[in-house]
Design a protein around this ligand. Structure first.
Ligand SMILES: [Zn+2]
Length: 1004
């Protein structure tokens, strides 16, 4: 095997030394090769569509001609970025495949399909020599990515680095209204193939550029439909893009933790297979080009400092080069903290590569528009010395110029310094393997006696999808783990909210713990230890952090959100435990034990149970209302009892779903009620569908069927109860009035429908006019649905909607004034373990919270409840009676009993005299979970002023007529990350007609 590439003499000069790169850089001037003819028509159009010369660069103000390679015009009918032209994904692919046919410098790969079956591709472009050696190069990169394969041999690594060329992976238009990148990437591909200038040739000869031109393919095609509708109806208002992908909109690039979406999986798989050194995601928002990789603090605390330096190097080089081109408005520092690992581009950062992201300026379509900026965008600041113009005519072509010019300068810089970046890639991989020896931890352990084996396996499969290796212990083993805090905390999780003044202990306290055989071990001496460590660890965002403009969630601790135990093993002994690496996907064992013709299934709030219930929807199942013992084991409240079932069907389902079923001779004699598989509807607005989209993902993954209806459907259906048992209304984020009113009825109707002009709209749901909301008739229909016995499930702002419109007597809600719980994880305490909604859960649960609403309870309608009166100013000590002057003391009545924040105050005699507003005992709210006390509330992320929400009710079951309304202050379904709280919703659904089970009513 030879490690020298014969056809790259340049490489000898740049070997390992970035300084030489700079010299080469200076020698190669950006700009066209005067000996290569240009495509004059195309070049003229570029100049025509660019609104001012300074919005272009010497790299993109011409197009080189080619006699055999077609330009983007072959598909677009015009140049890239032309006004009025937005190609569908298929047109972009068609062009990329034309390039592939025309040139040995291009190869197109299919990388998977979307939820709606559309293809995703990756296009590799480099010199024909490099393209012909892709596989050999990939084998070398795989060794650099896993230094264990070369025994961490530095000299061998240097040889591999010298022989390899880097892969730079660019991804376009994940955010569908950000429309420019597909055409920019078409033209960039053409330039990389055809342009003979020394500048572009050096890129082609030193870097493999890998391009996924459209990441959100379903959303792209919908966006093109909407734009085409707008062109066909020039004087009308057009539909907003209410659906992007099949499930979620803007948050489709926040899925790199939960991995719920196919686009994330496809890009992740491509990343892991190709071992690129960079993943660069293209976005559009602020003028004119913000390289937000440099962004602002706090930076993610689990990435290698080598990476954060690389961000600076490449980012500032971009600014420097484009400033020299005279292009205004290019900057690197700015408003984006790089804390969350959930962004798509962060796949590279957590896998030893380099994550990058551009925000360029787009017009959300291909119209050329006069754009007036706000002062915050055009003012000069220290990091933006050549700011954007306050006002300018802006075209999609301008945007394409910026995108391509910036990418070309990045690729050029990367190619010139390829040896440095490849060596860094190796070093970051090596330092990931050295983690136990350096910063630690040595491993994370998921104990073999976990009660939620399904959720545990699901978490481990998510890590496996990230490329993380999982091992399983063959025998019990003992290792040091982080010491448990507090006496009543048995999980080893942090117990109390850290006070901001608390300083970290210099060495964490540890203790020995023995784990059973069958425990899962996530070793940290592996190349992708960083992503495992980042996802399993806890987060701490200081309340006094200078960054007050928090960009996204502050916490994501996977074990807590999955409600499974993850233990941090701190000493290297754990790595010596007898263990075997798991080769296939982690699957929990399921099946049926022998012993009788009735069956019991323990309820552990493991999500597989809801799949089992719906898979066998015709089998009668009951829920035990009290814990019981059977088959020599303890079963929790809520456990399923199946008195009669076809054993084979049950066995097949149990095996497939990893559910353990116990056969018993006689069903246990415990109080039960039926657990049915009710008819579910998910209701959406036409205002925003993203956050409810996470509910649809979760339900579809677990094969829980539902009807998908809009608020408009509900406004037209007076007898909802005849169709549905449960209506789930996920978060909307627009406020209660907007839910009723919809959009303003000014102007023209706004259709969202599949038509010849818009073939990609309407597949999820459709309407002739997006504007009308739920309306008052819809509100009445919903209220009747509940009175008739239906269950209405609401979350966050839709709970406030339910409260504001009178669904929930006895509950009021306030928004916090001081609390900052920004996408963090907080601890809930179980208040009523007998409620079916709490079945399978323990006495506490960590939940995702985004400044949840603060609920207060009252036993009367409309009351807001004064509670626990404080004594007034007066004489004596605080507990002395304040005797007025000039009269003898009187006997004081017994003070009212103390009422906790989550409790209903007791009914006072005064209320009963004429009990008009007094809620009857069986209609009063029933609190299932509450926020923990202040000192126990904090789990992970940012919590500031937690006392404002501490102890308040978090999950409330409110009876109303014959039905129920369920209120969530927290969000149980968030970005596929909160699988541990899904079953609160599933419990409510499965027990929808028996939610009063276990309830103790007040006698008055
Ligand atoms: Zn974006």
């Amino acid at each position: 095997m030879t490690f020298l590439r014969p056809l790259r003499p340049l490489f000898l000069y740049v070997l390992c030394l970035a300084a030489f790169g700079a010299i080469v850089n200076a020698q190669v001037k950006p700009g066209r090769d005067p000996n290569q003819p240009i495509d004059q028509d195309y070049t003229n159009k570029i100049r025509e569509y660019t609104t001012a010369p300074y919005f272009n660069s010497p790299l993109t103000d011409y197009l080189p001609a080619s006699s055999d390679v077609p330009s983007p015009k072959a598909v677009l009918g015009d140049v890239a970025g032309a006004p009025g032209k937005l190609p569908y994904a298929e047109d972009v692919y068609k062009y990329m495949r034309m390039l592939e046919r025309a040139s040995p410098r291009v190869k197109v790969f299919s990388i998977g399909t979307t939820e709606e079956g559309r293809e995703m591709i990756a296009v590799a472009i480099a010199s024909e020599q490099l393209i012909s050696k892709l596989d050999e190069n990939r084998a070398r990169l795989a060794k650099l990515a896993d230094p264990r394969t070369i025994n961490m041999d530095e000299a061998e690594a240097d040889r591999l680095v010298a022989a390899s060329f880097p892969v730079y992976y660019i991804t376009g238009t994940i955010h569908s209204p950000e429309t420019g990148s597909p055409t920019a990437l078409m033209e960039l591909a053409y330039r990389l193939v055809v342009d003979n200038s020394a500048y572009v040739k050096s890129i082609r000869d030193s870097v493999v550029t890998l391009i996924t031109p459209v990441v959100e393919v379903d959303g792209r095609n919908r966006m093109v439909d909407v734009y085409n509708w707008h062109l066909a109806h020039p004087n009308q208002n057009w539909p907003s893009l209410v659906y992007w992908g099949h499930y979620v909109a803007h948050d489709n690039n926040r899925d790199a933790i939960g991995l719920s979406l196919k686009l994330t999986r496809n890009v992740l798989n491509t990343y892991i297979a190709w071992k690129p050194q960079v993943l660069h995601d293209l976005h559009e928002s602020v003028p004119y080009l913000y390289d937000n990789t440099v962004g602002d603090g706090p930076y993610n605390a689990w990435v290698d400092p080598i990476l954060t330096d690389e961000w600076q190097m490449i980012g500032w080089n971009n600014v420097s080069e484009m400033t020299k081109f005279g292009m205004p408005g290019v900057f690197a520092h700015g408003n984006f903290d790089t804390w969350s690992p959930g962004y798509l581009m962060f796949i590279a950062a957590t896998h030893n590569g380099i994550s990058r992201l551009y925000e360029t300026f787009g017009n959300a379509g291909a119209d050329t528009l006069e754009r007036t900026l706000s002062p915050s965008d055009y003012q000069r600041t220290w990091y933006r010395q050549n700011p954007p113009l306050p006002k300018a005519k802006w075209s999609q072509r301008n945007n394409n110029n910026y995108q391509q010019s910036a990418l070309l300068t990045s690729l050029h810089y990367f190619g010139n310094n390829s040896q440095l970046f490849l060596k860094n890639f190796y070093l970051k991989s090596k330092r990931s393997i050295d983690k136990p020896k350096n910063e630690g931890p040595a491993a994370s352990v998921l104990p073999g006696d976990e009660v939620r084996t399904g959720n545990q396996a699901e978490l481990l499969r998510t890590l496996q999808a990230q490329g993380v290796e999982i091992s399983r212990s063959a025998a019990p083993f003992t290792t040091a783990v982080k010491k448990k805090v507090g006496s009543n905390n048995t999980s080893g999780r942090p117990a109390a909210s850290p006070s901001p003044s608390a300083s970290p202990t210099p060495t964490p306290k540890t203790e020995d713990r023995t784990f059973p055989a069958g425990s899962y071990i996530v070793r940290m001496d592996q190349p992708y230890s960083r992503i495992a460590d980042a996802l399993l660890d806890y987060q701490y965002w200081a309340p006094n952090d200078p960054q007050t403009d928090i960009y996204d969630d502050t916490a994501w601790t996977m074990g807590e959100l999955a409600n499974v135990e993850v233990v941090r093993a701190t000493d290297a002994r754990v790595l010596q435990a007898p263990m075997e690496r798991i080769t296939g996907e982690v699957r929990p064992a399921g099946g049926i034990s022998s012993g009788g013709s009735a069956y019991v299934v323990n309820h552990n709030a493991d999500n597989a149970l809801v799949t089992l219930r719906y898979r066998l929807k015709d089998v009668e199942m009951d829920a035990a209302e009290e814990p019981f013992e059977a088959a020599g084991r303890k079963f929790n409240r809520g456990s399923f009892i199946i008195r009669k079932a076809a054993g084979d069907d049950l066995r097949r389902a149990a095996n497939e779903l990893g559910v353990q079923v116990y056969a018993v001779a006689d069903p246990p004699s415990v109080k039960t009620h039926p657990v049915r598989a009710p008819r579910i509807a998910m209701m959406h607005t036409w205002l925003s569908t993203q956050d409810e989209g996470w509910y649809r993902v979760g339900f579809d993954q677990l094969q829980v069927p539902f009807a998908y209806i809009s608020t408009q459907d509900v406004s037209r259906e007076p007898n909802l109860k005849s169709k549905y048992d449960v209506i789930l209304f996920g978060p909307v984020g627009r406020g209660a009035q907007a839910i009723i009113n919809g959009m303003p009825m000014y102007g023209n109707p706004i259709p969202w429908k599949k038509t010849q002009l818009t073939p990609n709209l309407g597949s999820i749901d459709e309407t002739d006019d997006m504007r009308p909301g739920l309306s008052w008739s819809g509100l009445q229909n919903l209220q009747k649905f509940v009175k008739d016995g239906g269950l209405f499930i609401t979350v966050d702002d839709t709970s406030e909607f339910a409260i504001n419109y009178g669904f929930t007597a006895g509950v009021s809600a306030n928004r916090s004034q001081r609390l900052r719980a920004i996408g963090d994880i907080l601890r809930m305490k179980t208040v009523d373990a007998t409620s079916p909604i709490a079945y399978g859960y323990g006495d506490s649960l960590a939940m995702y919270c985004m400044n949840g609403a603060i609920y207060n309870l009252n036993n009367g309608v409309g009351g807001r409840g004064g509670r626990n009166p404080q004594r007034m100013t007066g004489r004596g000590t605080p507990d002395d009676p304040d005797t007025p002057q000039g009269r003898p003391p009187v006997e004081m009545p017994e003070p009212p009993p103390r009422v906790e924040a989550w409790e209903l105050p007791p009914v006072m005699d005064e209320q009963r005299r004429n009990a008009v507003g007094l809620i009857p005992p069986n209609q009063r709210p029933r609190v299932v979970l509450r926020y923990a006390d202040s000192r126990d509330l904090f789990v992970s992320g940012l919590l500031d002023n937690g006392d404002e929400i501490a102890q308040h009710a978090a999950v409330i079951d409110v009876p109303s007529g014959n039905g129920h309304v369920l209120l969530f202050s927290t969000n149980p379904f968030w970005r596929g990350q909160t699988k541990g709280s899904y079953f609160l919703v599933f419990n409510a659904i499965l027990n929808w007609d028996n939610l009063n089970a276990g309830r103790k009513l007040e006698d008055k």
